[in-house]
Design a protein around this ligand. Structure first.
Ligand SMILES: [Zn+2]
Length: 195
């Protein structure tokens, strides 16, 4: 018997309601090409000559349809520019809005033919400071997690070197929230089964 593909999305798949975009709606199929970061959401979306220009709280990307012979059309999300590393967006030839990475423009460069490039450039420019602050917050959090991870690793290494029992990581119980050893089969506080 053939197993159902649990990863396949139904044909009627719609983006989650919070991913309604303005001023133009990104088609549901195009969302499949967007691999959203955790906590990332759409801020603006504009129709372009080739597809869509999507501005999120973290990056800017082009979405366009790939044409292949005898195959359905695939959406592609590229190029993209992360908004912590971006030059001020500008208008090119009065027709395109251009968004380029600051340090290495070859790495990411968007040139989108939108209806009102001046307005789009202004809206993207207005989003950049907020996006930079969000990237800074994420970087700080990642560094803190890395420091905590290293501290745990050093603690285990020190215990092993001293011949002491290795500290067992503790995780919150999913019922009562109290910390319990990761190896416990039941929560020592509430008795709930672990896992
Ligand atoms: Zn518990």
């Amino acid at each position: 018997m053939r197993r159902a593909d649990v990863n396949a999305r139904p044909a009627t798949w719609d983006p989650p309601p919070e991913q309604r975009t303005a001023p133009d709606q990104l088609p549901a199929e195009a969302w499949r090409a967007v691999d959203l970061f955790e906590g990332e959401f759409a801020r603006r979306c504009w129709r372009t000559a080739r597809g869509y220009l999507l501005l999120t709280n973290l990056r800017c990307m082009m979405l366009w349809q790939h044409h292949e012979l005898f195959r359905s059309l695939n959406w592609e999300a590229s190029p993209q520019v992360l908004l912590y590393n971006v030059q001020p967006p500008h208008v090119l030839l009065g027709r395109f809005v251009e968004v380029q990475a600051a340090y290495d423009p070859a790495e990411g460069s968007i040139r989108a033919a939108v209806a009102d490039p001046n307005a789009v450039a202004e809206e993207i420019a207005a989003e950049v400071p907020r996006a930079r602050a969000e990237w800074d917050r994420r970087r700080t959090q990642a560094l803190a997690e890395l420091a905590a991870h290293r501290a745990r690793r050093d603690q285990i290494a020190a215990a092993l070197a001293a011949g002491r029992p290795v500290p067992i990581p503790r995780v919150p119980c999913k019922y009562c929230g109290n910390l319990m050893p990761i190896t416990a089969r039941t929560c020592p506080t509430c008795g709930a089964p672990a896992g």
